[in-house]
Structure formats: structure tokens, C-alpha cells
Design a protein around this ligand. Structure first.
Ligand code: SF4
Ligand code: SF4
Length: 385
């Protein structure tokens, strides 16, 4: 149990105590080599995170924050390259250390390996049948191995959907995606629990080459949002549902762009740590041992990041935007394109949503049944000054 002293916030500690997202990067190494990936994919030397370091990381978070609700993402590389017995040990640590608190454990996988009934049973036993799945056309099936083609993904996806596994699908917004038919994409993902579109992090020439025009992206996304409104779908669109909550409640909820600095924690397989998972892989803030021994120093480094983000000036497009009170203008600056009157969130989709709010309230009610992250306690954030 934590000491009262440990829970006292010091001046540098700005972390959320209601809801945290914790990435445990248990595996370094992957079976794929995606163009947009910040890891070295299948060229990374394989490594499992040390169980003792994971225990220390988790114990530190429990003692220092004692957050009411956590989501633990079991991450890599590809986490299912790890032995099942090891993954079960990681889960046993989480259950022991976070006993008495609400949490979910969700592995994040590329689903590009043989899948069978024993695997589905393992997912049900260890993860309550919930997984996060990434699918990225044009940038991940280029491994040179015909065994790792896109058909394998959809065969596995269908098998797990039929076995009752709840899949949250993440798709990166990148130029090859826009060559696909959006409605065909979501039709193939029928059976998923949710579909999330994630923005790229640009860190080299390869990733900059994947940039999209926001006008084209908006057209693509708005057609999916319309389809969502007009049809019964197995999947929710969490970002859209969150905006519905904002429209209805007149509050701004945290989105992925602005939540990392105060509610997200990542541990890499080599026991380095940080906040946002992408940045932590490239530029960790600290190590597990340092974080455990000197929490105020870790919190001070994290606060530096947070302040820097708050001080970033608003994008010209956000100034006077009709949706500023809904979104708060928190998108990263690099996601805007000069000379485009469209933003990464799709003003077209937001306008459509506002015009059909009653329909989207119904979709939100359905989504709330399935997505714990959309429940009432989703953290509220402030608009950028
Ligand atoms: S599947 Fe994920 S971890 Fe593996 S190379 Fe692709 S993006 Fe990176
Ligand atoms: S909807 Fe787009 S343009 Fe408007 S405030 Fe949000 S990010 Fe800025």
C-alpha cells in the first residue's frame, strides 16, 4: 500500500490521478518493418523487458500516483513474439500491483503471424478478449515475404472476430491509405469494436514522404463519418464519439495530441522510460531506476515537456475556428499544411456531425456500452490559450 507521503503532489507533479495510460514495451523487435515506424522493426535486435524492471516501474506508478483507473497497453515491437508464459507473468505483476484499482490490459499487435483457437483462448484468459490491432496499407506489407501479405491480416482478423475477440483497430493517416476506398476499408473491418485513425509522427525523410493533404484526408474521413451515421456498424469511431460528448456537454475532452504529457507513461524494453510512446522510443526522459529513486526529478523533466507544449502558439486556422470550443486547438503544429483551409480533424466531418447531432448522440450511447475510455470520467482538458 502506498504511504500518504508518496501521494502528496510536489510542485513539479502535474500528473492525472483519475485516468492513466501505461505502455509496457515488453518486446524490442518485430516481424514487420513498416515505413512509418519509429522502431527498427525486423532489424531491431530481439529483447524482452526484464520482469524485475517492469515490477519496479509499475510499483513506482502505483506508489506515486495511485490512479483510479489505468489502461495498460502491452506493446512492442510485436508483443506476441514473446513467449506466452512471459506475457502471463507480466499480467500477473499488473494484477498484483494494481489490485483494488480499475484497469484493463490490452496487447497491441500487428496480427501477422499464425492465429488459432489456442491463441484466441489465451486472449480471452489473459486480456478479457480485448486487443488493439494495427492495419496500414502500402507501408507494412513490404517485408519481402509473401507469407506476410495483407490477406494473412484479414484471415486472422475474421478468425478472431468470429471467436468473439473485441478488436480496436488503429490505422495511420498516410498517403497510401488515401489510395484505398474508405467504405471498402471499413466494410472489411466489420466485426471490429472500434476504428481509430492515428496521425503520423514525422521524424525522417521516409515519414515526411507519407504526409497527406488535409483536404484529401478530410474528404476520405468525412465519407466514413457519414457512413457511421447512416448505418449500424459493429465499430465505433472513438474520436468522433468524443466530439459528440464535447458538443453535448460543452466541454473539451483530451485527445491523443495533448494527453501524453500528463497521463501517459511508457517503459521501453531496455528499461528507459518517458511519456508519449513514440518520443520515448527515440528520446526517453529517464530510466526505471532513476524514476523510482528520484520521482521529483522525473516529474520535473515531464513538466518541462508539458509547459513547452502549452506555450506552442495556436495555428492560424484555429484562431476564430467555429469548433474551437469543441476541440481546443490541440493538434500538433506539424499536422497542418500551409495554404490549406482544412485541418487534421476534418472541418467537413465536424460540420456534418454538428448538423446531425441527434444521430451522433445515438451512436455515442451505443459506443459507451463498449468503450471504457469514453465513460464519464474521461479527463477534461482546457483549450490552448
Ligand atoms: S508492426 Fe508496429 S512495431 Fe512492427 S514495424 Fe510495424 S509499426 Fe513498427
Ligand atoms: S477543428 Fe481544426 S481548425 Fe478548428 S480549432 Fe480544432 S484543430 Fe483548429
Amino acid at each position: 500500500m502506498c504511504s500518504g507521503e508518496a501521494r502528496v503532489k510536489d510542485a513539479t507533479d502535474h500528473f492525472d490521478r483519475d485516468f492513466n495510460v501505461v505502455y509496457l514495451r515488453v518486446v524490442r523487435g518485430c516481424n514487420l518493418n513498416c515505413t512509418h515506424c519509429f522502431t527498427l522493426g525486423n532489424r531491431d535486435a530481439f529483447r524482452l523487458a526484464d520482469l524485475g524492471e517492469i515490477e519496479l516501474f509499475l510499483t513506482t506508478l502505483r506508489e506515486r500516483l495511485d490512479t483510479r483507473q489505468n489502461v495498460f497497453y502491452i506493446h512492442g515491437g510485436e508483443p506476441f513474439l514473446a513467449p506466452k508464459a512471459y506475457l502471463a507473468q507480466v499480467n500477473a505483476l499488473i494484477r498484483r500491483i494494481f489490485a483494488g484499482r480499475r484497469f484493463d490490459i490490452i496487447p497491441q499487435t500487428n496480427l501477422m503471424y499464425p492465429v488459432d483457437a489456442a491463441f484466441a483462448d489465451f486472449l480471452k484468459r489473459e486480456y478479457a478478449g480485448q486487443i488493439g490491432v494495427s492495419w496500414d496499407p502500402g507501408i507494412r506489407f513490404e517485408t519481402g515475404s509473401p507469407r506476410l501479405g495483407e490477406e494473412l491480416f484479414f484471415r486472422n482478423f475474421r478468425f478472431l472476430a468470429d471467436a468473439g475477440i473485441e478488436m480496436a483497430v488503429a490505422i495511420t493517416v498516410q498517403r497510401h491509405l488515401l489510395k484505398t476506398d474508405p467504405l471498402e476499408v471499413v466494410r472489411r473491418l466489420d466485426g471490429a469494436k472500434s476504428v481509430d485513425f492515428e496521425f503520423l509522427t514525422f521524424f525522417d525523410e521516409k515519414t515526411r514522404d507519407l504526409r497527406v493533404s488535409n483536404v484529401e484526408w478530410s474528404r476520405y474521413f468525412a465519407s466514413i463519418v457519414r457512413h457511421y451515421a447512416e448505418n449500424r456498424t459493429s465499430w465505433a469511431l472513438p474520436q468522433v464519439d468524443l466530439f459528440t460528448k464535447s458538443f453535448v456537454e460543452n466541454k473539451i475532452y483530451q485527445c491523443k495530441c495533448n494527453c501524453c504529457r500528463h497521463r501517459t507513461f511508457t517503459m521501453n524494453a531496455d528499461a528507459t522510460v518517458g511519456l508519449c510512446p513514440d518520443e520515448t522510443y527515440i528520446r526517453p526522459l529517464s530510466t526505471v531506476r532513476e524514476m523510482a529513486a528520484n520521482w521529483p526529478a522525473f516529474a520535473a523533466k515531464a513538466l518541462g515537456d508539458h509547459v513547452e507544449q502549452l506555450a506552442t502558439p495556436l495555428q492560424p486556422l484555429c484562431n476564430g475556428c467555429e469548433f474551437f470550443d469543441v476541440c481546443g486547438g490541440n493538434c500538433e503544429a506539424h499536422l497542418f499544411n500551409e495554404n490549406e483551409a482544412e485541418c487534421p480533424l476534418s472541418l467537413a466531418a465536424l460540420r456534418y456531425q454538428r448538423e446531425h447531432l441527434a444521430v451522433f448522440r445515438g451512436k455515442l450511447d451505443e459506443a459507451l456500452e463498449r468503450l471504457p475510455e469514453l465513460k464519464k470520467e474521461s479527463p477534461v482538458t482546457e483549450a490552448r490559450p
